[in-house]
Design a protein around this ligand. Structure first.
Ligand code: FE2
Length: 289
């Protein structure tokens, strides 16, 4: 954990602020633009379990090498009589789970956030739960997941990607929990794996479209599946260090490369369940256009 204290200008600015209220909150700092040079203080948003608050930060921004992940902090906050909140020091800890810190507060649809949260509660495999947290620590995913469309063919509205992903995951969780003597009996670990893949199967769509809604050249060349795996490269590598076969199973499912897969998971059977749920959700999303 890295301790960042207030800078000298902050000391001077707050010498007269004896009536300020001081408290500590865990949360996520969303800086306006991590590439900017630090002025004495910078505007940002602080996302916590209680909500999203505009704040004025008197601490150093994350270093450039941390720019692709959100800033997870324990912040010391001064609440001034004029209502302005000042972050005067932080402890940074990249190991914190962004979802525990309040990441779902970013979702503009409270009902959808609740469904997403309930799905996460069903994932009992600690490494998969941590992997999903690592993916949602990526700046591109943290906000992009809730804002992106699922494309131009179905769920083609802002927020459509999140709605589609949750629909697929809920259907998959339900289908894999049913005991059917004519189909594969899935383990809890396989169900957890399938929920994680369902939630993340279209994550590459957060980087597949231009602001005008056209496919980027790389999306046209590689497809959103490959872009998604590329986007999740660091979380996948972190998981691979702990459990190779789980990371490989996730990768195989995300790329639909399961037909001849060997190992402890029924990957081809899992893929079929996810594909069916994906098609059905897409069909319903089409009907709503
Ligand atoms: Fe999909």
């Amino acid at each position: 954990m890295e301790q960042i204290s207030m800078n000298r200008m902050c000391h001077e600015a707050f010498e007269i602020a004896a009536d300020a209220h001081r408290y500590v909150r865990e949360g996520l700092l969303l800086w306006d633009d991590v590439s900017q040079i630090d002025p004495p203080s910078c505007p940002a948003l602080l996302v916590t379990q209680d909500g999203v608050f505009p704040v004025q930060c008197w601490v150093d921004r994350p270093s450039a090498c941390d720019g692709d992940v959100v800033d997870k902090v324990e912040a010391v906050i001064l609440s001034m009589p004029n209502g302005v909140l000042h972050v005067v020091s932080v402890k940074r800890d990249n190991a914190l789970d962004p979802i525990d810190l309040g990441a779902l507060r970013i979702c503009p649809d409270a009902d959808l956030a609740e469904h997403f949260h309930d799905l996460l509660e069903r994932v009992e495999t600690p490494m998969l739960r941590r992997f999903i947290g690592d993916v949602f620590s990526l700046r591109q995913v943290f906000q992009g997941f809730w804002e992106a469309t699922a494309g131009t063919r179905h769920h083609a509205w802002a927020g459509g990607l999140a709605r589609h992903s949750v629909e697929v995951a809920e259907r998959v969780a339900s289908d894999m929990s049913r005991s059917d003597p004519d189909s594969v009996m899935f383990t809890e670990a396989e169900r957890d794996l399938a929920i994680a893949v369902s939630l993340l199967h279209d994550i590459g769509k957060t980087i597949s479209y231009t602001a005008d809604g056209f496919c980027t050249p790389r999306a046209l060349m590689l497809g959103h599946e490959v872009l998604g795996v590329e986007l999740m490269h660091k979380p996948l590598e972190a998981l691979r260090v702990e459990q190779v076969d789980l990371a490989d199973a996730l990768t195989a499912l995300l790329l639909s490369r399961t037909r001849f897969a060997q190992g402890r998971f029924h990957l081809e059977a899992i893929r079929q369940v996810i594909s069916k749920a994906d098609r059905d959700s897409a069909r319903r999303g089409l009907a709503r256009l």
